[in-house]
Design a binder for this molecule. Structure first.
Ligand SMILES: C[S@@+](CC[C@H](N)C(=O)[O-])C[C@H]1O[C@@H](n2cnc3c(N)ncnc32)[C@H](O)[C@@H]1O
Length: 278
């Protein structure tokens, strides 16, 4: 089952355009340690695989310019595309990018991209990243199609890097799902409180987050967000990142644990870094 809100997928509401800085989850996008760890592991994987990417697609890029800057410093990129469903994120990112002089000769493109669709037809890349736990938002078939599309959009010897929640740490060994939190959003105009409970449905590989924002006794917003969290490996016949990688055509999948992310209290505390080799 895919949770929908008023006829659309929850992501379309949750990631709807708006001011980045007033979002309740602002801190998720601006976690320097988490982002540096993702970039560092990307660079290591590139060296180990023996590739020199010249073209890069930053899929579900979000608003933070940090990974782009760090990758540009280390790689000799000729062209990059940053794409996100949320046009406010894309324009914020573009604005931040051009706030500092760009010393490298690189063709840049900041676009609204829905990864469920056939984005950038005809274009291919040496490196594609889906950072910050942005994979698994949809039903299994859609998630698989995204993976397969990335495969097709990679040049020979291309790399796809995807950060996911560390299934073993956050789900397999915590099946009762201890993740719940409460935070005060705005204490000036009366207490506005956001509460979330997250639990995991092991049979469906699904993590469900039920949230409510209230001010006093009034409920301002409530809803539910699902995320598929796949194990790296699973018993025969069960779905895993490894089986999906194989079915999509990748020659190899390797996974690494990223350092504990102490800049968040939520699901992204323990991340796994997946490297899909074409
Ligand atoms: C948790 S954020 C991660 C952002 C960024 N990659 C990072 O590491 O901070 C998830 C991102 O996925 C984007 N997103 C959600 N659905 C998408 C879709 N269908 N196509 C492209 N981006 C999508 C959101 O707008 C948001 O920027």
């Amino acid at each position: 089952m895919t949770h929908t809100t008023e006829g659309c997928h929850w992501t379309e509401k949750y990631y709807a355009p708006g001011d980045v800085r007033v979002r309740g989850d602002f801190e998720l996008y601006f976690q320097p340690k988490r982002i540096s760890a993702e970039v560092e592991q990307t660079l290591k994987s590139i060296t180990e695989y023996g590739t020199e990417p010249e073209t890069y697609l930053n899929l579900a890029c979000g608003p933070n310019v940090q990974c782009l800057r760090e990758l540009l410093e280390e790689l000799r990129l000729l062209r990059f595309v940053c794409g996100d469903l949320n046009p406010s994120f894309v324009s914020y990112l573009e604005e931040q990018f051009y706030q500092e002089p760009v010393t490298k000769d690189v063709i840049s493109n900041f676009l609204m991209i829905d990864m469920r669709e056939d984005f950038q037809p005809g274009e291919t890349f040496d490196l594609i990243s889906i950072y910050g736990n942005s994979f698994g938002f949809f039903d299994h078939t859609t998630n698989f199609n995204i993976l397969e599309r990335c495969y097709r959009k990679l040049n020979p010897k291309g790399l796809l890097v995807v950060t996911t929640v560390d299934f073993d740490h956050m789900c397999r060994f915590s099946p009762s799902n201890p993740l719940s939190w409460e935070n005060v959003l705005d204490s000036e105009e009366g207490e506005m409180v956001r509460q979330s409970v997250r639990y995991f449905l092991p049979k469906e590989n699904k993590s469900v987050c039920e949230y409510v924002t209230r001010q006093g006794s009034q409920i301002l917003e409530s809803g539910s967000r699902d995320l598929m969290i796949y194990p790296l490996k699973a018993p025969e016949g069960e779905v895993s990142l490894s089986t999906m990688a194989k079915q999509a055509g990748f020659s190899r999948l390797r996974a690494f644990n990223l350092p504990e992310n102490d800049q968040t209290f939520g699901l992204m505390r323990k991340l796994q870094f997946n490297v899909f080799e074409k």
